[in-house]
Write a new protein. Structure first.
Length: 178
């Protein structure tokens, strides 16, 4: 029943649907043919199922005999399963400064490697404070060092960009669990 575009359930007393003849599809998917609306409702009652409008824009409109509640339940179940299997792409960020200590650099680099190994996208930001703006060359050297150190686990999406007082570069994981 996947891919069935259910427009509307045709209730027994519904007067909004005015077509006199309809193309009817049986409960097992077989073509019954063009029948009167009264005859189609009688067959649905006989089968103890619902009459569902599948396509009302065509001539004659297409109706199907089926269990509407079961179809709705299956569609909701499929949507839940798709959501469950859909992994939201998570972004992580690691921030550096130009005058970073060797231990702090290693610590932040270890976190960045861990994020990439887990399959997260990573944004590396190098923040420039005060007079550090005068030494952008040192900042770009540090960011190039970060790119070189992360090369094994992730690929830089683009070259480092200076945006205001920050230099940013984004990484995508190479072979993580994405």
């Amino acid at each position: 029943m996947e891919g069935v575009n259910i427009a509307k359930l045709l209730k027994p007393g519904d007067r909004s649907f005015t077509a006199e003849e309809v193309r009817l599809i049986g409960p097992n998917g077989e073509q019954v043919g063009v029948v009167s609306l009264v005859n189609a409702r009688a067959k649905a009652v006989e089968a103890a199922l619902d009459l569902v409008i599948v396509a009302d824009q065509v001539e004659p409109p297409v109706l199907r005999i089926m269990d509407f509640g079961k179809i709705q339940f299956e569609q909701k179940k499929n949507i839940r399963a798709q959501r469950k299997n859909n992994i939201a792409q998570k972004n992580k960020e690691v921030k550096f400064h130009v005058n970073i200590d060797a231990h702090d650099y290693d610590y932040k680099l270890a976190h960045a490697l861990e994020f990439l190994e887990k399959g997260y996208k990573l944004k590396v930001t190098l923040m420039l404070r005060g007079r550090e703006m005068a030494h952008k060359d040192m900042a770009f050297e540090l960011i190039e060092r970060v790119i070189a150190d992360l090369e094994g686990c992730g690929e830089a999406d683009s070259k480092p960009k200076l945006q205001g007082r920050n230099i940013t570069v984004n990484f995508a994981p190479k072979g993580g669990k994405h």
